[in-house]
Design a protein around this ligand. Structure first.
Ligand code: DGL
Length: 274
């Protein structure tokens, strides 16, 4: 495996850019090859079989371009598809759910954790399963927040409509005493300021929001070190962005999220990677 190859990162849309951003800030010399499945977003309302097939196609596409490691920057694909996909491809594949669960279990002081994510992620029970395997005495409360993804994709990141939606969802945790909430969807850190304010309003002060993206970037750094895969470059590299639809809309959102200038986003017919 060549150290010069980029890191493949994928999500159903723009959410994975929150992971790409953390990777860029911690691994400044690494090139990223990003794929956002904008034609088929959201994944969160789809079945395990469909999400697994989509993930397979994307991994094939990333490998066809040449990548040294793949980061599944999507909690839904991480929760439902990663196990199957890991068995099929000979490339290191990192998910975002394991690092997020480990961080939440370490951060909580009173053992009560809220998890928010897509319908599919919450239905999979993956966060609860991992958290209970780390500490069976934890109390886990989960809530699917399906409207957050379209609101984030629309760029309504601090909007009164999004705020009202957040109130309705987060009221679910009232009276549960959670001191930690996992942002269990990579789109949600885009709404982080709004979620933080609504959490204060609805649940009170002192609740920590856990962003699995940060933990995943740390894990990636360890993996590259362990497998001797660092690029060894120091200058800011050129990243590449692909989507399955709406390249121009994606480019403008990406430029509002990332610290680099996204000059071009290319379209890929992803379903041909069967
Ligand atoms: N951003 C993704 C996640 O982390 C998926 C959102 C969706 O496509 O529903 O779950």
């Amino acid at each position: 495996m060549s150290c010069d190859l980029p890191i493949g990162v994928f999500d159903s849309g723009v959410g994975g850019l929150t992971v790409a951003k953390e990777i860029m800030s911690r691994l400044a010399g690494e090139r990223i090859l990003y794929f956002g499945d904008t034609a088929r977003v959201p994944y969160g309302s789809k079945s395990k079989e469909t999400i697994t097939e989509y993930s397979r196609q994307i991994v094939r596409f990333l490998l066809s371009q040449g990548v040294k490691v793949i980061v599944v920057a999507c909690n839904t694909a991480s929760a439902l598809a990663v196990d199957a996909v890991r068995k099929e491809f000979d490339v290191p594949i990192l998910d975002v759910v394991n690092p997020g669960a480990q961080a939440a279990a370490q951060i909580t002081k009173n053992g009560s954790i809220g998890v928010i994510g897509t319908e599919a992620t919450i239905r999979s029970g993956m966060y609860s399963k991992l958290l209970y395997s780390i500490n069976p005495d934890l109390n886990i409360y989960s809530k699917a927040c399906p409207l957050f993804v379209p609101l984030a994709e629309e760029g309504w990141i601090y909007d009164s409509v999004t705020k009202e939606v957040a109130r309705r969802y987060l009221e679910e945790f009232q009276g549960k005493g959670v001191d930690t909430i996992v942002l269990g969807c990579t789109h949600y850190p885009l709404l982080r300021n709004l979620i933080r304010d609504v959490v204060r309003e609805v649940l009170g002060e002192g609740i920590t929001l856990v962003d699995p993206a940060v933990e995943t970037a740390k894990k990636l750094k360890q993996l590259l070190a362990g497998q001797d895969l660092f690029s060894g470059k120091e200058q800011v590299p050129e990243h590449t962005f692909y989507v399955s639809d709406g390249a121009e809309k994606f480019r403008s959102l990406a430029n509002s999220i990332l610290p680099c200038n996204v000059i071009e986003t290319k379209d890929v017919t992803i379903k041909t990677f069967e």
